[in-house]
Design a protein around this ligand. Structure first.
Ligand code: AMP
Length: 356
């Protein structure tokens, strides 16, 4: 990209969930319009975007019309079919780039990539059959976690292998999907780092946050994380290595395990990340604006933390507490406008400012 995107330009976003919604708000604040491409009806991003295309990812005519109507394309989730990208890329640039997306879409490719950079990952083995799994369990040991290589999110597509006896049920749980067996990491904390890179190679990182999951779904992110300065620097450096190696443009989320042997990378997401929502009320420029700035070729913003924050996701029935939460001092409410409350569905989040 040579010229920064001009105010008034339209950014196409693949996916219309809450991340697309918050990206659209940030884009609008900088004077851009957004156009959402989303197969589902009434996407949360549709309430705040300029235009919405409702069509499946294999509708090539709709993809072409979308690409023609926008100035550049980004995405809010990583499971976009490759064939859709083939169609879009002919017409408009897509950021983050294809290699970043392809690498993150497959847990084996991702781990091989991270290892090639000298970054630590859990011991892993490719699983295509029950006998692969039996052999891998002997090498990696138990407990271990079996995960589908592709299309997993919020802990879905995973089975714990607590003992060698669990091999058959674990394998059945994967329903023949190509999988990966990962050794269980004995971590003291889970953290994530949200980092951004612009087209000229400048990099900015937000402070690492400490994450707690419940039922495989992110529950809270607390800033600052209980880590040393050295661990924090390590997180920044490893995120920068990933960004540079991929010649990445946009925001990236990297999930890490903190262990006595150092930081171990769990996975990365080539997009804004749930564990970066705290930046909306902890920084002058949040992750959504940072992503828009990066892909638009604008200078990256000041992502310094101005106060400590605890972000809490509002999942399913947590919506019953909204009135009560709205009364809390120092608490910012972010709701996604989803009509149906469902068990396990992310409905919103709150950012509690920590005052001493
Ligand atoms: P993932 O879908 O890979 O992000 O995994 C969801 C959650 O499961 C992680 O945030 C961890 O809490 C846990 N987990 C995943 N992989 C491992 C592992 N290899 N060792 C220990 N815990 C894990």
């Amino acid at each position: 990209m040579n010229e920064p995107l001009k105010t008034g330009a339209t950014i196409g976003i693949l996916g219309g969930g809450q991340l697309g919604r918050m990206l659209s708000v940030a884009a609008a604040r900088l004077g851009f319009k957004t156009h959402i491409f989303e197969p589902g009806e009434n996407p949360p991003a549709g309430d705040v975007a300029h235009t919405v295309t409702t069509a499946p990812y294999d509708d090539h005519a709709a993809l072409t019309a979308f690409a023609n109507a926008v100035d550049m394309i980004t995405y809010e989730f990583e499971n976009i079919p490759t064939a859709a990208l083939d169609v879009l890329e002919k017409t408009k640039p897509i950021h983050p780039n294809r290699r970043a997306l392809a690498t993150s879409q497959d847990r084996i490719i991702e781990k091989e990539f991270l290892s090639s950079l000298g970054l630590k990952v859990a011991p892993f083995s490719k699983i295509n059959s029950l006998s692969d799994l039996q052999t891998a369990v002997k090498t990696i040991g138990t407990p271990a976690i079996l995960k589908t290589r592709r299309f997993g999110y919020d802990g879905k597509g995973q089975a714990r292998i607590m003992a060698p006896n669990d091999v058959e049920t674990g394998f059945a749980d994967m329903a023949d999907a190509p999988s990966v067996l990962e050794g269980f990491v004995n971590f003291s904390l889970e953290i994530s780092i949200i980092a951004a890179r612009g087209p000229s190679g400048e990099i900015a990182c937000f402070d690492p946050g400490e994450n707690v999951h419940r039922n495989g779904i992110l529950h809270t992110t607390t800033i600052p994380a209980r880590i040393s300065n050295a661990q924090s620097t390590d997180a920044v450096l490893l995120a920068a290595r990933i960004l540079n190696e991929l010649d990445y443009v946009g925001v990236l989320g990297v999930e890490l395990f903190v262990t006595p042997q150092g930081l171990i990378v769990n996975e990365f997401a080539p997009r804004v990340h749930n564990s970066g929502h705290w930046t909306q009320n902890g920084c002058v420029v949040d992750q959504f604006e940072q992503h828009i700035r990066a892909i638009a070729g604008w200078p990256l913003g000041d992502g310094k933390r101005h106060n400590d924050v605890v972000m809490e996701n509002l999942i399913g029935d947590d919506m019953d507490r909204v009135n009560e939460l709205a009364r809390e001092p120092n608490t910012a409410l972010h709701l996604y406008g989803k009509a149906d409350v469902k068990n396990g569905r992310k409905m919103g989040h709150i950012n509690r400012i920590v005052t001493s």
